[in-house]
Each structure stands twice: as structure tokens, then as C-alpha cells.
Design a protein around this ligand. Structure first.
Ligand code: GLU
Length: 358
């Protein structure tokens, strides 16, 4: 895919890309990324940045003296570091006559469609006025269960919300490998939306200073590709990498996208963790839901209902062996679907337009 003018690209910058080996901010790398973003903007492509690095910046300024747990230390480092990180960005963008804006968010902000739309409106307005939004998790107030898994998850949500054309994940390796690099492993150039082979090659675990690992990166990338958004995983420290990859140069790993899904379907695709209940479906329903046809989930295919949800809530769809199948927006409350499950001729429990199946 070649990203052309008037398209929107999200660039996600991992902690390890903009930190040095000692964990402190790597300013020249940060500045080079900003330079590339400004070049894209000059060429007519709009950009949103999702940047980690608050904690790393905080570490270079403060050693918390208070006797306190890790959670408070993390909050302190983020509070100090986010200001310093933004200072670096402001300075770098000023040099190119562009304005940037800080957007801090929490998982809670994505939970309700109302909040989600509020946030979406703000992004549209910033982009329209040629401002580059720089998003990070609000680490000062997001603790424990309110936290995103990592900024890759946040970048996925932002990309989907902004209806971007592509997401470029800048990391500290050259792409997704099919084996250990110094034992003959090579970068996988293309991953198709329905491919599962990549899962066999990736070890779980995170990179040195950031929270994310390749496994989350790939599952988020594939989810986006299924809903029609191209994703690249590339080495963010390489010169001109963002420009090159968007020009179509074959570098790193490319997740080839399907046709673009609707806004609401994309929102549902990233609603994991927001579900209020679960329905288990039989084998026949699994086959139908996975077919390329336009199908809805009917009560006849449901064999079990867990939790108490209302009409309009997000529910998880599972197979009888416990494997997750997808997510959807309930058209009946839990009590009603319990009374209808297994019955033929009933209206859909999840309409096709509100259904996301992996
Ligand atoms: N939000 C964290 C920071 O700015 C990084 C989270 C991550 O590494 O994914 O330091």
C-alpha cells in the first residue's frame, strides 16, 4: 500500500525507540521522527502520534524519594516525565512551524460510545486545524484494572477511532521474525488478515523498558487489518523509515488489510475488556459466523448465557471449547436471550452490523 495525500496515518512510537540503552530519552531519534511527520504533513498526509516515553523521561529527572509502592512511583515518574516529553515534542515541532497537542487518555474513555464520540470529535477538530495530536495513556490516573495492556492497545483504539488509513508501529526490531534473528530467523514481509502462522514464531514477553511485546503488537495489527486498516511494524530507529514505508518500500512487516469495515464495527472490534457478559454458541453457529456471508447471530445458535447485560451492551461470543470468537452489541438483555436461546425464528441477538468475528 502506498499512502497518498489526504490520508490519515497513526504513528506509534515505542519507549525503546526513543530511549537510549540507559533508559533515558534519545532526543535525536525523537527529533528525526518529528522531522518525518512534518515532511508527511507538508505532502498533505495527516498524522496522529501515539508516543510512549513519559516514564523514561521521568526517570532522567527524578528518583522518587518517598517510601512508597511501585504504583505511586510509576505515577510520579509519569507526571514529571510527560511534561518533559511534551517539552521535547513542542520544541521539535516548533522547529518545523507545526503545532502539536497533548492528548492523555484512559481505558475508561473508550468504554462508552458517547465518550468515544466526544474524543473522536476533538481529534477531527485538531486535525482540521493542522495540529498534530500526541497521545499517551494518562499513567498518572490509570492504575491497575483501568490500564491499557500497553500503548500498542491504545494505538489500535486511536487508529480505529480516527478511521485512519494506516498504523505504523515503530519498534526497536526490524519487524516480525519467523525465528530467532541470529539463528537464521528472517522478517516476515507480509501477514494476511486470516493468517495464524505468525503466532507460532512469537515468544511472549516485553521489550526492555516499554510495556508491550510482539504478541500484542501482532494481534492488534491483525484486528485492524481485518477491519480494513493497513499496519506496518518497522524499526523506528532507521533513517527515514516512516517516509519509506509509506512510499511503499518493502521494509519490516506489513499486515495486509481487508475491505474497510463500518465505524461502529471497528469500535466493536476493539471493545475487548468492555464486555458486560458472554454468550456461548454451538459449532453450527461458529461455522456460519465465520463464513464470508453477511450473517447475524440468532438465538437458535446460543447454548449458554453468562452475566447480566442490557440491550446495547457489548458481549463476548465464545465457542463451546471456551475459545473466543468475537464481540457484538446485544439486541436483547441477558434475561430475554436466556429465555430465547435455542429457539428458531427469533430476531437476531447480534445484528451483522454490530458483530465482529475473528
Ligand atoms: N505510557 C507509558 C509511558 O509513556 C508507556 C507504556 C508502554 O510502554 O506501552 O512511559
Amino acid at each position: 500500500m502506498v499512502v497518498t495525500q489526504s490520508q490519515l496515518v497513526v504513528v506509534k512510537i515505542g519507549t525503546n525507540v526513543i530511549t537510549k540503552d540507559d533508559g533515558l530519552l534519545n532526543k535525536p531519534v525523537l527529533r528525526h521522527i518529528v522531522e518525518q511527520v512534518c515532511a508527511l504533513k507538508k505532502g498533505g498526509t495527516n498524522v496522529i502520534l501515539v508516543s510512549s516515553g513519559a516514564m523514561a523521561a521521568g526517570r532522567s529527572l527524578l528518583t522518587p524519594s518517598v517510601k512508597t509502592g511501585n504504583v505511586v512511583k510509576r505515577q510520579m515518574l509519569a507526571a514529571v516525565g510527560q511534561a518533559s516529553l511534551m517539552h521535547e515534542y513542542l520544541d521539535a515541532f516548533n522547529g518545523h512551524d507545526y503545532l502539536c497537542a497533548q492528548v492523555l487518555t484512559t481505558k475508561e474513555d473508550f468504554r462508552t460510545r458517547h465518550h468515544y464520540l466526544n474524543m473522536k470529535n476533538c481529534f477531527s477538530a485538531l486535525l482540521k486545524d493542522n495540529v498534530v495530536p500526541i497521545v499517551n495513556e494518562n499513567d498518572v490516573i490509570s492504575v491497575e484494572e483501568l490500564m491499557f495492556t500497553d500503548n500498542d492497545e491504545l494505538a489500535g483504539l486511536i487508529t480505529s477511532m480516527a478511521n485512519a488509513d494506516a498504523l505504523v508501529i515503530l519498534t526497536s526490531v526490524d519487524g516480525v521474525y519467523d525465528g530467532t534473528p541470529n539463528e537464521g530467523g528472517a522478517v516476515i514481509p507480509v501477514i494476511e488478515p486470516e493468517s495464524t502462522a505468525w503466532k507460532n514464531h512469537i515468544q511472549s514477553g516485553t521489550s526492555q523498558f516499554g510495556k508491550g511485546g510482539m504478541l500484542t503488537k501482532c494481534s492488534i495489527a491483525q484486528k485492524l487489518a481485518i477491519t480494513g486498516i493497513a499496519v506496518y511494524i518497522v524499526n523506528g530507529r532507521s533513517k527515514d523509515i516512516v517516509l519509506d514505508v509509506l512510499k511503499g518500500k518493502k521494509i519490516g512487516t506489513y499486515f495486509r488489510p481487508h475491505k474497510k469495515a463500518s465505524n461502529v464495527k471497528r469500535w466493536i472490534a476493539h471493545a475487548e475488556g468492555m464486555e458486560r457478559g458472554k454468550v456461548v454458541v454451538n459449532k453450527c453457529a461458529v461455522d456460519i459466523l465465520r463464513s464470508p456471508e453477511t450473517v447475524s447471530l440468532l438465538p437458535v445458535g446460543i447454548v449458554n448465557v453468562e452475566g447480566e447485560f442490557e440491550k446495547g451492551d457489548i458481549v463476548q461470543i465464545c465457542q463451546e471449547n471456551g475459545e473466543k470468537l468475537g464481540l457484538g452489541k446485544a439486541q436483547y438483555n441477558a434475561e430475554r436471550v436466556r429465555s430465547l436461546m435455542g429457539e428458531k425464528g427469533q430476531k437476531p441477538f447480534i445484528h451483522y452490523d454490530f458483530l465482529f468475528v475473528t
